[in-house]
Design a binder for this molecule. Structure first.
Ligand code: HPA
Length: 274
């Protein structure tokens, strides 16, 4: 099983390295409603997921996933436009396949973004939360199974999953740009249904500040490979609130898109100083 995954990873990496001189040092994954950031990349090459050996293919209709190689803020970057979620039916290993590919292509830093529901009473819709840690009790760990020693250790340390140094740098950048940012713990869930009132409360009681359906497995796979992770959430809805608690995907996409320029400028400045 593990050697099978490694064989597939090697085939995908060999394919992507062929006639592609870009040696990326930074990987980027864009969350729901946050895809516009990819337009800032000076594109060298784009490849559809469906053309890459063994890459998972997005199940979402009209959503053409692609990997973008290019330059951004003076760095060679590789960006996944379209990520894979557990609720789409992919296995945890499939979800992290593209992360591992980026790691094998040589990235040292991974920037993740996502849309999330706020449960910290000090947050409001439209806020950006820099992720300082995560909790997940129902997302399958992508490292389950025989360890792939070529990628990393059996029991990787997770004491600094979102690199503190990058977080501090991002906070400085936000201050300089006069962007108000929050900081907190991302609570990963499988979805796809949003949480019940009781579940939002549980997330809060258990120590989460925001809740979302991605990021955790990607972060674990990156840490396994020794890649430094920085991640940020856009708070697209408040789970804990007195009034009606109806949350729609449209609302999530709308608020994510509205906050996107703020997140994009933090990402760009951070990439510049990496
Ligand atoms: N819960 C889970 N995932 C989400 C939410 C939420 O409230 N908002 C955006 N993604």
């Amino acid at each position: 099983m593990s050697s099978d995954i490694l064989k597939k990873l090697n085939e995908a990496v060999t394919f992507l390295k062929k006639d592609n001189s870009n040696n990326p040092t930074v990987g980027i994954v864009l969350g729901s409603g946050l895809g516009k950031f990819a337009e800032d990349i000076e594109v060298e090459k784009e490849i559809a997921y469906k053309d890459i050996p063994h890459f998972p293919v997005s199940t979402v209709e009209g959503h053409q996933g692609k990997i973008i190689f290019g330059n951004l803020a003076g760095k060679k970057v590789v960006c996944l436009s379209g990520r894979f979620h557990y609720y789409e039916g992919y296995s945890a290993q499939e979800i992290v396949f593209p992360i591992r590919v980026m790691g094998m292509l040589g990235i040292k830093t991974l920037l993740l973004s996502n849309a999330a529901g706020g449960v910290n009473a000090n947050f409001k819709v439209g806020d950006i939360m820099l992720i300082n840690d995560h909790i997940s009790i129902d997302m399958v760990n992508p490292l389950i199974g025989k360890n792939i020693n070529e990628l990393g250790p059996r029991f990787p340390d997770m004491s600094d999953p979102y690199k503190r140094e990058l977080l501090l740098q991002a906070k400085e950048i936000a201050k300089k740009l006069k962007i108000d940012v929050k900081e907190g713990v991302y609570f990963g869930v499988t979805g796809p249904s949003y949480e019940t009132r009781a579940e939002y409360k549980m997330v809060q009681v258990m120590g989460g500040d925001a809740v979302g359906m991605s990021t955790v497995q990607e972060c674990i796979a990156a840490n396994h490979m020794g890649i430094s992770v920085f991640a940020a959430s856009v708070i697209t809805d408040m789970g804990i609130r007195e009034e009606d608690n109806i949350i729609t995907h449209e609302e999530v996409l709308q608020y994510a898109a509205e906050a996107e320029p703020k997140l994009a400028s933090i990402f760009k400045e951070l990439i510049a100083i990496l």
